[in-house]
Design a binder for this molecule. Structure first.
Ligand code: SF4
Length: 211
């Protein structure tokens, strides 16, 4: 990851990082070709975020809760929005805690953690603070879960930003590759992931009959 500061027109959306982890082609279709289609999973997520993204704040005791805070990092060239940021001034350190709302339950991959780590690095740059942890709120199981913003997660996040930037800057959408993720992908109709396999089989058969 280069340490040059990025211009605002070069910023990529934090959501692109999650799309990339889900499928690099999905990331390319959405962030290069501007393609988007709702499905059950995206609609559920959006409904939950509509409740959270309200640009408001409230104070309870020592904790100030800000909703829908817009965030960015010139160092990493990313931009997005936090569902919730809690500012706690009861401790010596004055902690800043990003909290991301999820409709489902914890995932096995890094995509959600990368999103939260990207939010943390934006807040660190904007507020000149160090953020050691962040939290998810999972609506399905109605539970908060802490994650550590450690060096390993920061490195994976930084590498993912570099990979997404390569797709977006070069406007090169990766090829389709059919996997179990395709059946829940909102872009399945547009992407036609089975076509490539079909083309491969057709070429193979053609090859058999071509001297
Ligand atoms: S349908 Fe499959 S290959 Fe195509 S974008 Fe979605 S997950 Fe990726």
């Amino acid at each position: 990851m280069s340490r040059v500061m990025h211009k605002e027109e070069e910023f990529i959306m934090i959501s692109a990082l999650q799309h990339y982890i889900y499928c690099p082609r999905q990331c390319g279709l959405i962030h290069v070709d501007d393609v988007w289609q709702e499905n059950l999973y995206t609609t559920r997520g959006n409904l939950l975020h509509e409740k959270v993204d309200t640009d408001t704040y409230e104070t309870r005791g020592n904790i100030k809760t800000v909703r829908g805070l817009r965030i960015h990092s010139y160092k990493y060239g990313i931009v997005g929005r936090c569902d919730v940021v809690e500012f706690n001034n009861s401790t010596k350190e004055n902690t800043v805690l990003p909290v991301e709302y999820k409709a489902g339950k914890p995932k096995n991959d890094f995509s959600d953690k990368i999103q939260l780590c990207a939010q943390a690095i934006c807040l660190e740059e904007m507020l000149s603070v160090k953020i050691k942890r962040a939290e998810f709120y999972y609506a399905k199981i109605r539970r908060r879960e802490k994650i550590e913003i450690d060096e390993e997660l920061r490195k994976i996040t930084s590498d993912t930003i570099t990979a997404v930037r390569e797709i977006v800057d070069n406007k090169k959408i990766p090829r389709e590759e059919y996997s179990s993720k395709c059946k829940n992908c909102s872009l399945q109709q547009i992407c036609q992931p089975k076509l490539l396999n079909r083309r491969k089989v057709e070429n193979y058969i053609k090859g058999l009959y071509t001297p």
